[in-house]
Design a protein around this ligand. Structure first.
Ligand SMILES: *Cc1c(COP(=O)(O)O)cnc(C)c1O
Length: 364
């Protein structure tokens, strides 16, 4: 059996260090906003060469708190992609703002900057580009539009820790970058966790208040906040992996190269790495009209595969009041019908990738 992700292999490799880090947390007993959370915040800020990093309870909370701290609220419109995990738009609705979906580029699966301007209205306050599957969204035109219209850019970096756009780390290109440490992400804990990075001191101050019950001084509450702190145990584990994140992403990148050389079928579209971008392959996602058959043959051979995402957000019941004319987000709908993600994690072996390629090529 070849799974989509095998978290056990990574644990086995890092067991000594992770177990020692956990032992230290248990002995120290500073379980909430302890030394590992502040150390991880400092290390992630340094990694991104940015002044502020604030740990929160999940990637979803990172997005919601970053939006709220950026002044997004009732009646505002937020432009985003329909081809993403639900959390990206869920948080917009949670803040009583409205997600406005813009179609994607079918080659990178990311929001199409050329279609954004026509969706900007007087109520538009922010854009959430998602660096989907580890490939950076096309940030230069997005940030240009945001500057011209005075919009906030909140980057959804949940799938792309360490990805580069024109030599710059994603998460540092907009006003805030939001990360998730969900166990299957490129940089991950063993539970929920998230982080917001920003170069804006005042936004960072608001984020720190919001994540901790609106409080900077114990039992003094300035604003209505959340209980959304990054867990100390997760922070200790994530620090062990952060030291290795570039090597872990490099391993994903070399797996992607091998996939490219072993999948020979001309009717399959392989993922694009745009010039000037460093893709970190959270997913290796192919496209084919023959998807269902390829999936079935892989399953017969004991190889996992998955569809991210089968239903774009503009067609989800939860967003039915944001629904547009059906045909207007055609690229997202076509991709939803044709994409297939293959097993991808740093500890995958060349032998496994060759076997997957072989099965796909013979699945005609
Ligand atoms: C995982 C993910 C999130 C949410 O992160 P959680 O930590 O699970 O809350 C948001 N956006 C995208 C694109 C994701 O993949």
């Amino acid at each position: 059996m070849i799974p989509m992700v095998d978290l056990k292999r990574q644990y086995q490799l890092l067991k000594g260090e992770i177990d020692a880090a956990l032992e230290e947390v248990f002995q120290g007993t500073q379980f909430i906003l302890g030394p590992n959370v502040s150390a991880l915040e400092a290390e992630i800020a340094a990694y991104h060469d940015i002044s502020q990093a604030i740990g929160v309870a999940s990637g979803t909370d990172a997005l919601q708190i970053a939006l709220e701290a950026s002044g997004i609220g009732e009646g505002d419109e937020v432009i985003t992609t329909p081809f993403t995990f639900v959390a990206t738009a869920e948080v917009v609705s949670r803040l009583r703002a409205r997600p406005v979906f813009v179609d994607i580029r079918p080659d990178t699966f990311n929001i199409d900057p050329e279609r954004i301007e026509e969706k900007i209205s007087a109520a538009t306050k922010a854009i959430i580009p998602v660096h989907l599957f580890g490939h950076p969204a096309d940030m230069d035109p997005i940030c240009d539009l945001a500057r011209r219209y005075g919009l906030k850019v909140i980057e959804d970096c949940a799938q792309a820790f360490g990805a580069l756009y024109r030599g710059r780390k994603i998460g540092t290109l907009g006003h805030c970058g939001c990360f998730s440490f969900f166990p299957s992400k490129n940089l991950a804990g063993c539970g929920d966790g998230g982080m917001i990075i920003t170069g804006e001191e005042t936004t960072a101050g608001r984020i720190r208040l919001l994540r901790n019950h609106g409080s900077a001084v114990r039992y003094r509450h300035e604003v209505l906040g959340y209980n959304s702190r990054l867990d100390e145990i997760q922070a200790a584990i994530i620090r062990v992996k952060l030291k290795r994140i570039d090597a872990l992403n490099d391993a994903r990148r070399s797996h992607a190269e091998l996939y490219r050389s072993v999948i020979g079928r001309s009717d399959i579209l392989l993922p694009l790495e745009q010039a000037g971008c460093r893709h970190v392959y959270h997913q290796f996602t192919i496209r084919s009209r023959d998807r269902e058959r390829i999936m079935a043959v892989l399953r017969e051979e004991g190889i996992a595969s998955a569809v991210y995402y089968p239903v774009p957000l503009h067609l989800q019941d939860v967003f039915s009041d944001c629904r547009l004319r059906r045909e207007s987000l055609a690229q997202a709908e076509t991709c939803a019908a044709e994409v297939l993600s293959l097993p991808m994690f740093p500890e995958l072996t060349d032998e496994e990738i060759r076997r997957i390629g072989d099965v796909i090529d013979h699945a005609i």
